[in-house]
Design a protein around this ligand. Structure first.
Ligand code: SF4
Length: 122
């Protein structure tokens, strides 16, 4: 996926922070890892593009995602309320986290594959 297409596949449908037409220089690590998983055929585009997993997806704190995905995200230190030391009530993760959590909780993404992809090219 190119940056343009992962914005369409991941950011636009899944991320509450995405604003169409706004130029964002950095991509969050959740979107980058989602792109790598698709490019490496570890997850299939139909799963990414599934209609039942969108912005209202439920989520939980997931240690693998926090460590491997958020831990290498340029937004974690200052710009991500979800990952701040005292998260504001109702703060939510980015779309990449939501997508990866959804796939992981459905058994479509294993911790081993996530680790392999995160370490391989980080
Ligand atoms: S939830 Fe926050 S820190 Fe984690 S990948 Fe998304 S933007 Fe980055």
């Amino acid at each position: 996926m190119s940056k343009k297409s992962f914005k369409e596949y991941v950011c636009k449908p899944y991320c509450v922070f995405f604003k169409d037409g706004e130029k964002e220089e950095l991509a969050c690590h959740g979107a980058i890892i989602s792109e790598r998983l698709v490019n490496n055929k570890k997850i299939l585009p139909p799963y990414v593009n599934a209609n039942h997993v969108k912005k209202d997806i439920r989520f939980e704190v997931d240690d693998d995602l926090l460590r491997l995905v958020c831990g290498n995200c340029p937004f974690e230190a200052k710009d991500c309320d979800f990952r701040s030391n005292s998260p504001p009530k109702g703060s939510v993760p980015c779309g990449g986290y939501l997508l990866l959590f959804s796939l992981k909780s459905k058994g479509l993404l294993t911790a081993e594959i996530l680790k392999e992809i995160c370490i391989e090219k980080s």
